[in-house]
Design a protein around this ligand. Structure first.
Ligand code: ATP
Ligand code: FE2
Length: 323
């Protein structure tokens, strides 16, 4: 069995995987009392819950110490204090069990777990809190075909939520509100394959201050912003000639985004795949799942050779386990 530890931002998660099957996926999320995430507070949270989440995951999976072949840990990218808290915990466990570490890039884990639901050679729409990228595998790497030029789409949604008094995470609350909203025009911001959200955010704040209903803003935000993501994803499909779209990241929990992706795929004869909710948001299961693939491909490191890489990009990783 391979254990995976997720620790890049607000979530501390532990997953257990054996032969591509996730046997346990346990997590606990740090929620700031007000405002955004404070990295050192996130790290404190992770240190506090680590042992309990670990024990819980192993017992749910029916896993003993001797079953553990390696520990996968998300060492990149993310908030440095959070990454360090998780890596230190992973190292302690690896030392205790005398097993190797498998460093896993968090974004790549979102992509790999997306492919566990049946896609073989997809374009990936990765829409999470800190990241928004359109990615596809080409010539040995996950290449970024389009991405946000400013914030991740989830952070943009949460920032607007905070402005109107909705606490983190705002995405699910705004999705509910959108059901009773009507369409108003907002900026539509796509440049080539890239998207940006700061102009839309400013406009939404101004409209809110003028008394426009939150329901209308929520609905219109989804229609504009998700259309931008779907447009870029569609062009990546057209350019690569691929026939599969996979969704990843917490924002992909949004049913309207899923619907828009499905409609686009149907219209061009492609197939859409979306993992279950627990694998869309940050979780240890996807780290364990990816860790197992890497480990079986011969990737393992000594404890002293693994460090955090807070700014490692998806397209910096040599994907030697795929061809
Ligand atoms: P990253 O993967 O970039 O490190 P993260 O850890 O912040 O980012 P996730 O856990 O994948 O991201 O997702 C959290 C984000 O998803 C939050 O910004 C949250 O508002 C958003 N989100 C969750 N559910 C929904 C929803 N139904 N609609 C829109 N956004 C949502
Ligand atoms: Fe994530």
């Amino acid at each position: 069995m391979i254990i995976g530890i997720e620790t890049t931002a607000h979530t501390f998660g532990v997953g257990v995987v054996s032969n591509g099957k996730v046997l346990a996926n346990v997590k606990d999320m740090y929620k700031p009392v007000s405002g955004g995430i404070i990295p050192v507070k996130g790290a404190e949270h992770h240190k506090l819950v680590a042992q309990q989440i670990w024990d819980d995951a192993l017992s749910r999976a029916g896993c003993c110490d001797k079953d553990i072949e390696a520990i996968a840990v998300s060492n990149a990218p993310g908030l440095a204090p959070c990454l360090l808290a998780g890596l230190n915990f992973a190292k302690l466990q690896a030392l205790r069990l005398n097993v190797p570490l498998v460093p896993v890039n968090h974004c790549i884990a979102h992509l790999e777990i997306g492919q566990s639901v049946g896609a073989t050679n997809p374009v990936l729409l990765y829409a999470s809190g800190a990241n928004t990228q359109i990615i596809s595998f080409a010539m040995g790497k996950y290449r970024v075909f389009g991405e946000t030029l400013d914030n991740g789409v989830g952070n943009f949604i949460d920032t607007f939520g905070r402005y109107v008094g909705i606490s983190f995470p705002a995405g699910p609350v705004l999705e509910e509100k959108a059901k009773n909203g009507k369409f108003i025009e907002l900026p539509y911001s796509i440049k080539g394959m890239d998207v940006s959200f700061s102009g839309i955010l400013t406009k939404m704040k101004q409209l809110y201050d003028k008394g426009v209903k939150i329901e209308d803003l929520a609905f219109s935000m989804q229609e504009h912003v998700f259309a931008m993501l779907v447009e870029s994803a569609e062009r990546a499909l057209a350019h690569t000639g691929k026939k599969e779209l996979v969704l990843g990241g917490g924002v992909a929990c949004n049913l309207r985004l899923q619907e828009m992706c499905r409609l686009m795929c149907e219209a061009r004869g492609a197939k859409m795949f979306c993992p279950a909710r627990e694998f869309l948001v940050d979780n240890g299961g996807m780290i364990a799942y990816t860790g197992e693939i890497l480990f079986r491909a011969g990737i393992q490191k000594k404890i002293e050779d693994v460090d955090i890489a807070p700014r490692e990009r998806t397209d910096m990783v040599e994907v030697c386990w795929k061809n």
